[in-house]
Design a protein around this ligand. Structure first.
Ligand code: 26M
Length: 818
């Protein structure tokens, strides 16, 4: 007889070595006596994957038996980054693997660099999904993630002569050992066609006769929790041609064309759309959304039906979270399944649906909300459009009873937008059919109430909440900053903070301890060295480790104000150029680092990238300036680049115009890594100030409640002379490309300066000067740095998930006992 422990894979160094060599020979099919780093990475990842699968099976069997209520997290985007280091850390076998590899003559860190970066998402929303999955697994919640398996992830950013070029990210080129293809888990997804009425047992029912069928095949990605055997599943769907329905085309004899047509099916999951409003209303995007939603719901309902017959129990077993409006068709699809396939009556179907769905919005501007042209939706999904109209009709009738004949308000709240082009307002649909709607920070909820969803918040105040975003300390400290990680554990006397991040607060008492300060500075230095080497290889710019590393990395957007940062750098450059030699001695040396992608069609954002390069060219080659100021652009910012950049930063900037960043999560990663924040009181920064204390940050800029009046004043707001001067330098061609930068400079004209760069410039420079003064006093700086990490506890996604679980989903942990 086997004992239970004997059936598990062994994790001692000798077993791991054998295991890796077996995978070299049988999985990678190379000789165990001769294989290179990449082959070693492949073998290693398969060995790790085996251990993931083991836990994942155990979790599934156990959860299936317990049959608790589960949450299904639906998102069109997940930014997972690399999996290998995260997996061995969460499995708790990193040291054993490092050891085994050393014996074989390899180094774990070197092999980890072989892995590509899974970038199936754009930015904040997508990385949040990944962090939430890590927390769900770590906290043993019964949960699944659902998404799309794009063959092309977010474009790779290449910089040529300072201009951004986009290149396809065919990330599956070298295989993906972290996924398991499930050819037998597949569902038919239907599109187009017509709706007809049929008699069913004497009742008239609607029947959708679809015109196209595509197969959705599951690819499973195990998500291991930390310090637990739980491993969750992230199921991503890929589109494949359907064999079932194209008999006819074969029979017509047009064999070649029939084959060619099959290829079209695969385009559905081919490419991730870059975040860009101009892609709204595109048929393929809508097809992606429905494809994803339909496959996921078929899977979820099949699982429910395994051991339940009565759909009234569905809300006790299933919670569906929709990540922004992108998966909102899930609501309509569930209605369709309950009505047309399960034959529930309307009221019962609608009541069940509303108990299941909850909706997170990540948007701050009413104009940014998703719309789908009615014609497009009716063409692609005729039955769904009928259901949407019916939901809206009933909603409007109810609403009239409550608010009377206020037609302006009724038309604002309608799910259908009337006009030259009729649109479905996807957010309105999501609000009407969800039991809970949440924003992603405290001020975001305020914006929802005052601006984005004013009418709905007044109608259903109890429906609206906020869940402040968080990030996982496993990825953002333990994986990416091992030096700081061991330092924290040493001083707290425990590693428990990795699962219970509130313990970080325990660092406060040592913030002025000279020993901790020394070790803290040393850890930062090592990380800065790593970053400096990276910068030098990328751009050839040598940077001094004594300089303050000042970093702004995030998607390029006008509201995020990378331009304010660059103008600040120009100002600093200008000051240094005009300084006496003795004053120069007092300048705090800076390395200004900017990185991020611009959406391919976002012209102004692309000009900001070019400006950054043009300014960098000038500054970095100026002998008067030398090491006092450097500007570098880090190309192709993604999760793995973030893992390198964030730990090596001294200062980080989060400088959106107040009221424009729903939350912001980058700031939280920097905070955990002991970087000081230079920020506006926007999004989650407001809550960071509550935790860390504004005295330990550099806060500047117009406040949220001042913005409307400032915009009103418009042209009468005089931007400071310093601002006019730096803008002039760009305009007059001091950095070249005069014509090209003209439209960028035009956005800063007084009456057009929507994001208030001119107004905020003075206080921005003051905040920068305060950062300089603080940096001179290294003891003070290090203390602030320690206090930043100590105050980061609230911003763990573990806290976020606990809040969702308790208040939104009503789910309990379900922990496998062995
Ligand atoms: C739109 C149209 C076509 C294709 C893609 C899109 C699209 C994709 C992603 C639009 C928006 C997308 O993401 C928005 C986003 O990332 N929002 C950010 O969400 C973070 C997590 O809540 C917040 O911290 C940020 O403040 C918010 O900007």
């Amino acid at each position: 007889m086997f004992g239970l422990m004997d059936v598990f894979l062994k994790n001692d160094s000798v077993s791991l070595q054998k295991d890796i060599l077996d995978h070299v020979e049988y999985t990678v099919a190379r000789s165990r006596f001769s294989f290179d780093d990449f082959e070693a990475y492949q073998a290693l990842s398969h060995s790790i994957r085996d251990r993931l699968i083991e836990r994942w099976h155990d979790t599934h069997l156990y959860v299936k038996k317990q049959d608790p209520k589960r949450v299904y997290f639906l998102s069109l985007e997940f930014l997972m980054g690399r999996s290998m280091t995260n997996s061995v850390i969460n499995l708790g076998i990193r040291d054993q693997y490092a050891d085994a590899l050393n014996q074989l003559g390899f180094e774990f860190e070197v092999l980890a660099e072989q892995e590509g970066d899974a970038a199936l998402g754009n930015g904040g929303l997508a990385r949040l999904s990944a962090c939430l999955m890590d927390s769900l697994a770590t906290l043993d919640y019964p949960a699944w993630g659902y998404g799309l398996r794009y063959q092309y992830g977010l474009f790779r950013q290449i910089i040529l002569d300072g201009f951004q070029l986009e290149q396809p990210d065919y990330w599956l080129n070298f295989g993906n050992p972290w996924e398991i293809e499930r050819v037998h888990v597949s569902y038919s997804v239907k599109f187009y066609g017509t709706v007809e009425e049929e008699d069913l047992d004497g009742e008239r029912t609607k029947v959708w006769i679809p015109g196209e069928t595509v197969e959705a095949v599951a690819y499973d990605n195990p998500i291991p929790g930390y310090g637990t055997r739980s491993a969750l599943n992230l199921r991503l769907w890929a589109a494949k041609p359907s064999d079932k329905y194209d008999m006819e085309s074969y029979n017509t004899g047009d064999y070649i064309n029939a084959i060619m047509n099959r290829q079209k099916a695969e385009t559905i999951s081919n490419v991730l759309y870059p975040d860009d409003r101009s892609y709204q209303g595109k048929e393929l995007r809508l097809k992606q959304q429905y494809f994803f939603v339909s496959a996921s719901l078929q899977d979820i309902i099949r699982r429910f039906k395994d051991n339940h017959q009565n759909f009234d129990e569905l809300p006790d077993k299933v919670a569906l979270q929709i990540n922004d409006t992108h998966p909102a068709l899930a609501i309509v699809e569930l209605m369709r399944m309950l009505l047309d396939e399960e034959h529930l009556d309307w009221n019962r179907a609608f009541e069940i649906t509303c108990k299941i769905f909850s909706f997170t919005t990540h948007t701050v501007e009413p104009g940014g909300l998703e719309k789908v042209p009615v014609d497009l939706l009716g063409h692609l999904l005729p039955r769904h459009l009928q259901i949407i109209y019916e939901i809206n009709y009933k909603f409007m009738e109810e609403l009239k009873k409550i608010i009377g004949q206020d037609y302006d308000r009724l038309s604002r709240m309608s799910i259908i937008e009337e006009g030259a082009v009729k649109n479905v307002r996807v957010a309105n649909l999501s609000i009407v059919c969800s039991h809970t709607v949440n924003g992603v920070s405290k001020v975001h909820l305020q914006l929802l109430k005052e601006r984005v969803f004013k009418d709905f918040c007044e109608l259903w105040p109890q429906k609206f909440h906020y869940k402040t975003n968080g990030v996982t300390q496993r990825r953002w400290v333990v994986v990416s900053n091992p030096n700081l990680c061991s330092l924290i554990s040493k001083w707290l006397g425990t590693e428990s903070w990795i699962r219970n991040v509130d313990l970080l607060g325990g660092l406060r008492q040592y913030a002025t301890d000279p020993d901790l300060q020394r070790e803290w500075k040393m850890a930062k230095k090592v990380n800065k060295l790593r970053l400096a080497e990276y910068i030098e290889t990328l751009s050839g710019v040598k940077v001094s480790l004594d300089a303050m590393f000042d970093v702004q990395v995030k998607r390029i957007h006008e509201y995020k104000r990378q331009l304010l940062n660059i103008l600040g750098v120009i100002h600093r450059f200008d000051c240094i150029k005009n300084m006496s030699a003795s004053d120069k001695g007092k300048v705090v040396p800076r390395v200004c680092i900017i990185g991020g992608k611009a959406a391919p069609g976002y012209d102004i954002a692309k000009k900001i990238i070019k400006l950054c390069h043009a300014v960098a060219d000038k500054i970095n080659n100026d002998a008067d300036v030398g090491d006092l100021l450097k500007l570098v652009f880090i190309p192709d910012y993604n999760v793995s680049v973030a893992e390198l950049v964030i730990p090596g930063s001294d200062l980080s900037q989060h400088i959106s115009t107040a009221g424009h960043e729903a939350s912001g999560t980058g700031s939280m990663k920097f905070l955990m890594n002991g970087c000081l924040l230079l920020a506006t009181a926007d999004g989650s920064t407001v809550e960071i100030m509550e935790e860390v204390g504004a005295e330990n940050m550099f806060i500047f800029g117009a406040k949220l409640d001042e913005i409307p009046a400032l915009r009103e004043k418009g042209a009468s707001l005089k931007a400071p002379l310093q601002f006019a001067r730096v803008v002039r330098m760009v305009r007059d061609g001091y950095f070249g490309f005069e014509d090209y930068f003209k439209s960028l400079c035009d956005t800063l004209e007084e009456e057009k300066d929507f994001y208030l760069l001119g107004y905020d410039f003075t206080s921005y420079l003051e905040a920068q000067a305060a950062a300089d003064r603080a940096f001179v006093d290294q003891e003070k700086w290090t203390q602030m740095s320690i206090l930043s990490t100590a105050g980061a506890g609230k911003f763990s996604s573990d806290r976020t998930i606990e809040e969702y679980a308790k208040h939104t989903w009503g789910i309990e942990p379900c922990k496998c006992p062995f």
